[in-house]
Design a protein around this ligand. Structure first.
Ligand code: ADP
Length: 208
């Protein structure tokens, strides 16, 4: 079963993954996370994309496809949850060539709530966990104990750029997937456990 988590920056896609991973056996592919891993390891690709990401611009789709391909190439029958991909129609078409999609879960959150969440969010440079200042007041990662930091692309300028892109390029995908009867909407303003419950319900209903 292949699922896409779709939603504005800060809508809690990574948090959903954290809260459903003990209930569902899947490969989680977050393109943002994969890119941050490349940057952290100082790879050639990491150096190539670092400034683009910090400016809040999109990375070239060819690079994104290479990263995804590397992850699912050996997996003939993938069971994947995609996060942060596809981000536009061109990427959606690429994904269709790669695998069949079963469910698109749209985490619906107002832009104002999303801004507040992003300004409060903290990221673990070691294991990639995203959490918030409220949850981890001591700035220590609850998963691996490393020191949490703010993401270098969570600046007001880069956030505004990503929001612009979200509304012009990603938001149209909602209609695209609605027309294919693949979309289920979840209220992402609810507490994390309730969002995860709704996501699990959507997955279970699809499977029944
Ligand atoms: P956010 O959802 O807050 O933007 P992500 O971790 O999904 O965070 O992405 C961080 C950055 O990585 C994006 O701003 C973009 O530069 C790059 N990126 C992630 N996914 C993609 C993608 N599918 N296509 C192009 N660039 C991407």
């Amino acid at each position: 079963m292949n699922i896409v988590l779709l939603g504005i920056q800060g809508s809690g896609k990574g948090t959903v993954k954290e809260n459903i991973s003990n209930k569902l056996n899947f490969e989680y592919i977050s393109t943002g996370l994969l890119l941050r891993e490349e940057i952290a390891s100082n790879s050639k690709l990491g150096l190539q994309v670092k400034d683009i990401i910090n400016r809040g611009e999109l990375v070239d789709t060819r690079i994104i496809m290479e990263l995804i391909f590397k992850r699912i190439r050996n997996n003939q029958k993938p069971n994947v949850v995609f996060d942060g991909f596809p981000r536009n129609l061109a990427q959606a078409k690429e994904l269709e060539k790669l695998c069949e999609l079963d469910l698109i879960i749209f985490l619906n959150l107002k832009k104002e709530d999303a801004i507040n969440r992003i300004l409060n969010r903290l990221n673990c440079p070691k294991c990639g966990l995203t959490t918030s200042v409220e949850t981890a007041k001591n700035y220590i990662c609850p998963a691996c104990g490393a020191k949490l930091v703010k993401r270098s692309d969570d600046t007001v300028e880069a956030i505004n750029k990503r929001f612009e892109q979200y509304f012009s390029e990603t938001y149209p995908l909602i209609d695209y997937y609605k027309k294919q009867n693949l979309l289920v909407e979840v209220d992402a303003s609810l507490p994390p456990n309730e969002v995860a419950e709704q996501v699990m319900r959507a997955i279970n209903e699809h499977n029944n």
